[in-house]
Ligand binder design. Sequence first.
Ligand SMILES: *Cc1c(COP(=O)(O)O)cnc(C)c1O
Length: 429
Amino acid sequence: MTTIINKISLQKRDKAVNWHPYTQMKTANNTIPIVKGKGIYLYDEEGNKYMDVVSSWWVTLHGHAHPYIAQRVFEQLNTLEQVIFAGFTHEPAVELSERLLKLLPSDQEKVFYSDNGSTAVEVALKMCIQYAHNQGKKKTKILAFKNAYHGDTFGAMSVSGKSYWTQPFESMLFEVIFIDTPNPENLKQLQAQITALADEVACFIYEPLVQGAAGMLMYRAEDLNSLMKICREQGILMIQDEVFTGFGRTGKFFAANHLTEQPDIMCFSKGLTGGTMPMGITTCSNGIYSAFLSDDHHKTLFHGHSFTANPLACAAALASMELLLQKDTQMNINRITQQNSVFVKTLSGHPQVENARHIGTILAFDFKTVQGTSYFNEIGKKLYNEFLQRGIIMRPLGNVLYLVPPYCISAEELDFVYQNIIEVLDQFK
Ligand SMILES: *Cc1c(COP(=O)(O)O)cnc(C)c1O
C-alpha cells in the first residue's frame, strides 16, 4: 500500500517540477519511478521489472549498476574526484587515452575530452573549421547526410537532417550541404557532387553504417569506403560520429573496424563509460593537431568544459573498456549478432514487417502502417505501451521498432523478447 502511494506521489512530484526530454508533457504517459537497476532489468517500487532492451537510450553496455564499474568509480571518488584539465592531468585520463587510441584506426593520435555526444560533435566541427582557418583557407561549408542525427546543441543540430526537431531553429543553423546515403546506384553521382564542392567544403560528417535516431537506417560499408576515398582525394576532412556505433554495437569494437578507409576525426560518447557517466571524446589525427601548434595564440583550440576529462568518468570508461575486452563479453556480442541474424529472417516473413535489418547487436524493422514511416506515427506510442505491459522497454522511433540490448542479455532473455515481438505483431495480422 505504502509503495503505491509512494509511486503516485513521486509521479506527482515529478510532474510538478520536471520537464522531460523529447516529451510532449501535455499528453505523455505518467513517468515510471525506477528505484533500482541490475543487469538488463530496471525495477519500480512495486518490484515490477522491465527488460531494458534499449540500453537506456543506447548507453548501457554491461547492464545496470555493474559492480565492477561501481567499485572502480568508488575508488576514484575517494582518491581524486575532479581536477581542472587545463594545466593539470591525471592517471585515468592518460590511461584511457592510451588504451582508446590503441583500439582505434592508426591515424587517430590525440584525444580531446568533453561531456556528451553533442559536445564531442561540436569539438569535431570546430577542429575542422579552425583547421582551415589556421592555414588561412576559407573552407566553411560542411557535408552531411540527409536524415543524419548528431545531437541537439546548435552546431550538432545544423549538421543533423532537417526535421520537426530542428524546425523552430532553422534560420539560426549554419550552412550544410546534405547528400543521400550511398548505395550502388547513386554512388557515381555522389562522388561527382562531392568533387564539385571540394574547394569550399571543410569536412564531411557521418554516422558510419547506421543512422540511429533517423530510425536505424543502415547502409553498406563498401559504399561508405568509396565516399571516404573521394573525400580523402579531395582534401575534405572526415568526421566519423561513432557516438552510437562505438564500443561493440555493430558487432565489432567500432564501425571503423568494418571499413578500410580511415577518418580524420572520430566522436564517442554513449557506451564510452558503459552507460554510467556522461562523457564525450573527440579524437583526431596528428595532421589536424599539428595545425593548431603555433607561437601565435590565435591558433589555439579555445574550447573546454568545466568537467573536461573528469576522473570519475575516466575511471568508469576504463572499467567499461576492460569489461568490453573480456572474452565473455566478446562471445556475448557474437552470440547476439548470430541470434539477430536468424531472427531477421523470421521477421522478414511477417506480413506486418517491412525492411527487417540488423548489424551486430542492433536489430530494427518497420512496422507496416497506412501512415507510412514517420517519427510521429501514432502506432509508436501504442506499441511502446503494449511492450511495457509485457515488461519490455522498447521505444519505437515512430513505426520503427528496434532492439539495442546490453551485451549481458542471455540467449533465453533475447529469445523471450523476440517471442513477444512476434506475439505483438500477430495481434495486427
Ligand atoms: C545520441 C547521438 C549523439 C548525441 O549524443 P548526446 O550525448 O545525446 O548529446 C550524437 N551522434 C550520434 C550518432 C548519436 O546517436
